[in-house]
Design a protein around this ligand. Structure first.
Ligand SMILES: [Fe+2]
Length: 362
């Protein structure tokens, strides 16, 4: 079995290719986006009908990268000789010659919930119902959000691992969302297997609020923090975090209006084996009428994830130097272990093999 920190890439899966807002409304002359996903250089654009499209970044004529071209009414025009391709990859314009029979590879794309998803694998198996659901992006009044994309020099699964392992917060993120290590190490954690992943729920109780939390809400003393991380194979984590004063019954009822609540969507799209696009959005569920609150939360989370970037990229280099040594602890890494088991089951299904027998939750 491959080392869990350099998980092989799975082509038959939906990956986040871009935030919808990265592909603005159609306008002739716009530049497309170049982005490598699953070792495949792609070009992303929005056509005249408003459809988000993904094509291989290579013209079928002389192999010029299509990202050097521009969007026109008929599709994406190569910057070399003007051959133009529609969202389905078919050549629509071939200046001076017949366009029929010419095409570039296109990839199934689906746009929903402010995200553009791509299926790099066998197009016949692309089922949009398998895209991870994140309805909060469509509830922007209740959950106003900001979004970002980082490029990280690490395998996509190291990002998932960091999210499913929350004991690093007290060390890596002391200045923002962390708090002291002893509270995280003493936290209760419930790990449960889900249909296509694993969920951890953490109870970090009766501890002083960390800096990001006190910026968001005026607490009177110590807080209880409940954090849920829902890994959905292969590459998504849905996070819900809430914090409140210790006498408000956080464990029994974590989702209360008027508490410090935020949601994060995380997705790590493989670029190569050891490089990924880390997409994240952060939504404020506590001062929804205050645009500055969402911005302040984003401004605090951004350096937090840069802190992760430093560790994850260095960790990847360390692992590559000696990839066969074990990487997990018995208790703190039940979320990480569960995520890798869920990914292995996903890979078996993606390859068309029978799923493994059910694994009991830890
Ligand atoms: Fe982190």
């Amino acid at each position: 079995m491959a080392n869990p920190a350099i998980e092989p890439l799975v082509a038959n899966a939906w990956y986040l290719a871009a935030w919808s807002a990265e592909l603005p409304d159609f306008e002739p002359g716009r530049q497309p986006i170049a982005r490598t996903i699953m070792n495949q250089p792609l070009v992303l654009f929005r056509d005249a009908a408003g459809t988000a499209a993904a094509l291989e970044d290579r013209c079928c004529h002389r192999a010029a990268p299509l990202h050097l071209g521009q969007v026109v009414n008929e599709g994406l025009q190569c910057g070399y000789h003007g051959m133009t391709f529609g969202a389905d990859g078919a050549c629509t314009v071939n200046p001076g010659e017949d366009p029929a029979g010419h095409a570039v590879r296109s990839f199934p794309t689906v746009e929903r919930q402010r995200m553009v998803w791509i299926w790099p694998g066998d197009p016949a198996r692309a089922d949009p119902s398998e895209i991870v659901d994140y309805p909060w992006h469509d509830l922007a009044e209740e959950w106003p959000f900001r979004y970002e994309r980082f490029e990280l020099d690490c395998n996509f699964m190291l990002v998932m691992d960091a999210l499913m392992d929350q004991t690093h917060l007290g060390y890596v993120h002391a200045k923002t969302i962390g708090g002291t290590p002893e509270f995280h190490n003493a936290a209760g954690q419930i790990t449960t297997r889900t249909e296509n992943g694993v969920r951890i729920v953490r109870h970090v109780l009766d501890h002083p609020p960390p800096p990001t939390f006190t910026k968001g809400m005026a607490f009177t003393g110590n807080i209880d923090r409940i954090a849920e991380f829902d890994y959905v194979a292969p590459a998504s984590v849905r996070q819900f975090t809430t914090a409140m004063d210790v006498d408000r019954g956080a464990v029994e009822n974590p989702d209360q209006p008027g508490t410090f609540r935020f949601r994060l969507f995380h997705h790590a799209t493989p670029a190569t084996d050891t490089r990924c696009h880390y997409f994240w959005s952060v939504a404020n569920g506590y001062r929804q009428d205050d645009p500055q609150a969402a911005q302040d939360l984003y401004d605090d989370i951004y350096p937090t994830f840069l802190e992760d970037k430093v560790v994850l990229e260095a960790q990847q280099q360390s692992i590559l130097r000696d990839p066969d040594r074990p990487l997990r602890l018995r208790d703190h890494d039940t979320g990480v272990s569960g995520a890798h088991r869920a990914l292995a089951a996903f890979v078996r299904r993606a390859k068309g093999k029978r799923p493994a027998p059910a694994i009991a939750a830890e």
